[in-house]
Design a protein around this ligand. Structure first.
Ligand SMILES: C[S@@+](CC[C@H](N)C(=O)[O-])C[C@H]1O[C@@H](n2cnc3c(N)ncnc32)[C@H](O)[C@@H]1O
Ligand SMILES: O=C(O)C(=O)C[C@]1(C(=O)O)C=C[C@@H](O)C=C1
Length: 247
């Protein structure tokens, strides 16, 4: 994985463009996400551990919005169920190209790894195959809000009995005090990870039009409306959380 430090917002920009998962972001993405999302390494590793409990023989495991394949790699480290294969999907050509390079590197070293197919495409247009695990790790927040319910409905329909959706998201909070406190603490987390006030402010304006977080209550209600029977939060660090949704 690239070790290039994220300095994308370090210099004053005359106009901050909307955030996009382009070549520049791809180069620094492992550093950016680790320094921006509290608990990210814990979430990714344990997503693999959780997935191993839900994986059903001869089924598909989806990594939706796979970026550089961190979740796919965690699935490969933990899932030992017979006949499983991973389908990783992302609509950023730059992400997909680099993701394929990383995974091909792994393939050539370890023959026993789960087979992986990396698809460049829109998860909103995906024809889902019967799946036991679907991971949406910080991806749904980038999907247009009015498309989220239909997508979750299609995921629910594809899930096999005994399977699960694992959904990680940045949260907003209906209580203004709770929202302000956790937002401030997230900024403190970024500062502690070496981001300047300028970097934090410019990143915020870059993502505010493209990333629309929901509250935990909105997630729960929408998942139930999509046909899931149970929603269980398993991780929260500041304003970032991960949920298990059962079919
Ligand atoms: C924050 S990143 C996900 C991080 C990644 N899952 C991980 O754990 O390292 C969001 C990803 O979702 C992808 N994405 C956003 N909307 C998408 C869509 N409609 N279809 C496919 N991929 C999408 C972006 O290109 C980006 O790579
Ligand atoms: O909320 C922020 O400030 C973030 O930087 C979050 C976040 C995310 O949650 O995906 C946004 C974009 C980048 O992909 C990395 C992190």
């Amino acid at each position: 994985m690239s070790k290039e430090p994220d300095r994308l917002f370090a210099q004053p920009l005359p106009q901050v463009p909307d955030f996009a998962f382009n070549e520049d972001v791809v180069r620094v993405f492992p550093d950016m996400i680790k320094r921006s999302v509290p608990g990210y390494p814990t979430i990714v590793e344990n997503l693999g551990v959780l997935a191993a409990q839900f994986a059903q023989p001869n089924s598909v495991l989806y990594d939706l919005g796979s970026s550089l394949g961190a979740v796919t790699q965690a699935l490969r480290r933990h899932v030992r169920t017979d006949g499983c294969r991973v389908i990783a999907v992302d609509n950023s050509a730059a992400m997909v190209e680099r993701c394929r390079e990383y995974l091909n590197g792994q393939d050539s070293m370890f023959q026993e790894l789960l087979p992986v197919e990396v698809i460049e495409g829109d998860i909103l247009a995906l024809q889902f195959q019967p799946a036991s695990v679907v991971a949406l790790n910080f991806t749904l927040q980038f999907v247009a809000p009015d498309e989220r319910l239909a997508l979750l409905g299609r995921i629910r329909q594809s899930l096999l009995p005994g399977g699960a959706l694992i959904l990680s998201e940045k949260l907003r909070f209906n209580d203004p005090e709770e929202h302000a406190l956790l937002t401030d603490l997230h900024i403190a987390f970024k500062r502690a990870n070496g981001y300047s006030e300028l970097e934090i402010a410019q990143k915020r304006s870059a993502i505010e039009n493209v990333m629309k977080p929901d509250s935990l209550e909105e997630h729960r209600e929408r998942l139930l409306a999509a046909g899931f029977s149970k929603v269980v939060p398993w991780f929260q660090c500041l304003n970032f959380a991960s949920l298990i949704a059962l079919p």
